[in-house]
Design a protein around this ligand. Sequence first.
Ligand code: URA
Length: 263
Amino acid sequence: MEDLMADIAEYLQQEQEMYGSLPFPASDQKGGESESISKSLSKSSLVSKEPEKSKSTPAGEGIPELKHTSLENRLEQVTTLEELKRLCEESDELKTDLAGTNLVFGVGNPNADLMLIGEAPGEQEDRQGEPFVGAAGQLLNKILAAIQFNREDVYIANILKHRPPGNRNPSPEERLRSLPYLLKQIDLIQPKLILCLGKVSGTTLLNREDSLKNLRGQFYPFRKSLITVTYHPAALLRNPQWKRPTWEDVQKVRAKYNELTNS
Ligand code: URA
């Protein structure tokens, strides 16, 4: 019970630190969201299901040879990151309800053995079209440097490819609509190791509702990779007490990377 209360307190503190007080209806908040993404994801085959939203323009409509095929077929026909980016650029279903945002596709080494996945672009990322370029990104660069990686060595992406309004948490529906594209991106890059930054990223990819404290520090088989989860850099900026566990996590990441790549 004490553990549970500590987890809840840690979670709420992290949320508040990252997003401030949440001005959203209860269904947009994490508890409701988490249950619902978990349910939605377990019902979904992830890459094979057309998202339910019907208002949006499915990706590929502008590419003649990809017209009239399901999302699964369109993604199957994609063989390069450039083609996937084109598909994402055409996809209204990747957008949030914030109008006029830019696609933040992902950046880095297309052959990276380490891929980092955050939550969603913020204001700076939306403006520059690149993940993790704001304050959290600066800290992420330092964390990477501490374990002897340059930003260019790894590949960085997010669960969502468009910025949500007010930097709110991505909704279950937004995560579900974005996931097939992200999974294709992962399959094209084929990283040996994936580091999820924060609870939204970890729980979405692992399709498992749990506290960050429970998720972190372990490696989970995922497609052809291993996944591990640590604190989001934005949370670290305001919660220095989480720097030590993060340091332990990323040292494990470096050791596992060396083991998997024989370096
Ligand atoms: N936070 C994220 O999760 N991703 C970004 O790209 C920037 C901030």
